[in-house]
Each structure stands twice: as structure tokens, then as C-alpha cells.
Design a protein around this ligand. Structure first.
Ligand SMILES: C[S@@+](CC[C@H](N)C(=O)[O-])C[C@H]1O[C@@H](n2cnc3c(N)ncnc32)[C@H](O)[C@@H]1O
Length: 336
């Protein structure tokens, strides 16, 4: 199994690759959707099996090059779409049976290291953080939203304890100059009350801004809901997450539609929840020590999967209600 892909001297390791393949079983052929093509790590592995087809999606147009390379090799078995995965149900699938759908959330190391994207706190130059198909950049957020709004983003999307102080200082500083990436890092460093020498002071703020700029919460919520509509019965939906907020959403969605919560016989009878999935494992699959040693970036990865049990054109679920407090914060971007 190909473990690494080298591009522009940055090595890419597809995370939990062996585990993904074992969960979606491409050995028997069938059509799969790779919602996060990236460097094509999962797609290339699936296509090694005969009678498989893959539809690869990615919001980052830079991945089109990878898409073209794969298509040259597998002419009739692969197509690339520059599409956000929340729109997976807009694909014209002509009654194609979709046997497996995979999401590998977040960013590839190649994106993180791309100075033009400005995803990292090591980047020089203007704030950006747009992965592709965005409506606004981090520059718009930092230089336009008000103090309370920035504070909410940092608190809820980054779990940043010093959100109040950081947002107050951002607003103060921007009155005299436009804030770029390195100036933002300096503001954060001045505001952090407790220094953690293992984790960079700007980690949480940058995570929060990336989530907000790329609308990652609504992407994930609508991506999951629409993926279920597209998947065939007995098909597998597999998701790799990298931070607790993502994992919380995936776990809730899978568990909630997998089994009925136990209801006390003393409680009034309520409508039975519909069951759409079976969930073979209650706990997530995590990388082995060997994988973490080879690719330390994989250490926070969690793979969860479900098997679809019945057709679902409309799934009744409370995922949107449950996480409406996060969707509301994301909607602050509507005014940018
Ligand atoms: C971690 S990488 C995927 C790596 C891939 N599994 C591989 O092995 O090469 C995540 C990719 O998903 C893409 N992505 C993130 N959010 C997306 C979304 N909402 N819609 C489509 N693509 C998305 C990113 O642009 C990035 O290329």
C-alpha cells in the first residue's frame, strides 16, 4: 500500500489509509465518492482494485492537477469535480449505485505549507486561510467584524480561553494599521496569560479562523446529511476527523441515527426515532503507534463509520438543531 505522496518537496501521508480501505472494501468493485480528494491518497488506493470507479471532490482548485493525473491513468474510472462536499447531492449520478463515501476532513500538509493560502501562523503576508470556493478571507474577518463577534469565533471554534483579550486587542490595533498574519501572531502572544511551551500560542485562534472562513461546521453538517441521501443501501459512510468539534458532530449524527435512545417506561410515549445506520464499532479507529511515528500529524485522527440500512430521501434528524449555536456563529460571515 502506497504510504506517501511527494509534491513540491512536501511529503503527504494519507491518514488511516489501510483502515479506510478495510472499512469500505473496494475489493468487490463498485463506485465510491472521495469527498476530499487532496493528493489522491485514498482515491489511488481504491482504483488499484478492479471494477472500481471514483468520483473525487475537492474545493481547492489546486487539486485539479492531481485529478487530471489520476484521470489520465484511469480514463473511464475517475472523474474530478471542484465542488464543496456539502453539495454532494447536486452530482448527476444517473442512478449510479454509490457503495462508499469517504471524508478526510481538514487540510493536507501541502495546503498548510502553501504560503499563498496563509493557513499557518508561520505564513508571511496578508491573512487569507481560504481553501477554495470561499465568500471571504480571514483578512475580512479580522479587519471588519466587531469585538464581540471575533470573541465568539475564537471561543466556540477554537476553545480559546483568552478570546476576550485577544479580540479586544485586535480591534484596538486595527485602528492604526491593517493586521496581517505575523501581526496577528504578535497580538495573540501578548495576550496569552498562560504560556504552553508545547503548543504555539496562536494554534487555537488560527484553528478558529480557518473553521469560520471555510464554513467548516455547515460544510460538515450538510455534507453528512446529503451524503446519506446519495449512498446506496448497505453502502458505507466513513469520516476521518482531526479535532474535537468535528468529531462531536460526526459522533452525534452517527449515534443518533443508529439506534433509539433508551426511553424510560414512565416517560410519555414519543415518536420512535428512525434508524438509518448500523454502526459496527462504537469507538473510533485511531492511528497505530507506527503511523503516528511516521506521520505525527495523524495523532489526532479518528475514523468513524456507519453502514446505511435503508433508503433515505429525507432524513429526519436534529443535527441542525443540536448544533444551531455553531451555525449561528458561522452566519456572522453573511455580513462580510
Ligand atoms: C486532509 S486532505 C485529504 C487528503 C486525501 N485523503 C489524500 O489522502 O490525499 C483534505 C482535503 O479536503 C479538501 N476539503 C476540505 N473541506 C472541503 C469541502 N467542504 N468540500 C470539498 N473539499 C474539501 C481540502 O481542500 C483538502 O484538499
Amino acid at each position: 500500500m502506497e504510504a506517501t505522496i511527494v509534491s513540491n518537496s512536501v511529503k503527504h501521508y494519507p491518514v488511516l489509509l489501510k483502515e479506510i480501505i478495510s472499512v469500505i472494501s473496494p475489493q468487490h468493485g463498485g463506485t465510491f465518492i472521495d469527498c476530499t480528494l487532496g493528493q489522491g491518497g485514498y482515491t489511488k488506493e481504491i482504483l488499484k482494485y478492479k471494477n472500481t470507479r471514483v468520483i473525487g471532490l475537492d474545493r481547492d482548485l489546486n487539486t485539479e492537477v492531481i485529478g487530471k493525473e489520476i484521470q489520465e491513468k484511469y480514463v473511464d474510472r475517475f472523474i474530478f469535480k471542484n465542488l464543496k462536499f456539502s453539495k454532494i447531492n447536486n452530482l448527476k449520478l444517473k442512478k449510479e449505485d454509490i457503495k462508499g463515501i469517504v471524508f478526510d476532513l481538514g487540510y493536507s500538509l501541502i495546503q498548510i505549507k502553501d504560503p499563498k493560502k496563509g493557513l499557518s501562523f508561520n505564513s508571511q503576508g496578508p491573512l487569507n486561510m481560504m481553501m477554495g470556493l470561499n465568500d471571504f478571507s480571514a483578512d475580512h474577518v479580522i479587519n471588519n467584524l466587531d469585538e464581540k463577534e471575533i470573541e465568539k469565533i475564537l471561543k466556540y471554534f477554537g476553545d480559546e480561553n483568552d478570546a476576550k483579550l485577544i479580540s479586544r486587542n485586535i480591534v484596538k490595533e486595527r485602528q492604526s494599521k491593517k493586521i496581517n498574519t505575523q501581526e496577528l501572531v504578535k497580538i495573540i502572544e501578548r495576550c496569552k496569560r498562560k504560556k504552553n511551551y508545547k503548543v504555539h500560542s496562536a494554534t487555537k485562534t488560527f484553528q478558529a479562523l480557518r473553521i469560520f472562513v471555510n464554513k467548516e461546521i455547515s460544510e460538515l453538517i450538510y455534507g453528512l446529511i446529503n451524503a446519506v441521501k446519495v449512498l446506496k443501501k448497505d453502502g458505507v459512510l466513513a469520516v476521518v476527523t482531526f479535532h474535537s468539534l468535528e468529531d462531536k458532530i460526526v459522533k452525534y449524527f452517527f449515534k443518533n441515527l443508529s439506534k433509539n435512545k433508551s426511553i424510560s417506561r414512565y416517560e410519555p410515549k414519543i415518536k420512535q426515532r428512525e434508524i438509518f445506520f448500523s454502526m459496527p464499532l462504537n469507538k473510533p479507529i485511531i492511528p497505530s503507534d507506527k503511523e503516528i511515528k511516521e506521520n505525527p500529524q495523524s495523532r489526532s485522527a479518528k475514523l468513524r463509520y456507519v453502514v446505511k440500512q435503508k433508503e433515505a430521501y429525507e432524513i429526519e434528524n436534529d443535527l441542525i438543531d443540536k448544533f444551531s449555536y455553531l451555525l449561528k456563529i458561522e452566519n456572522l460571515g453573511l455580513k462580510l
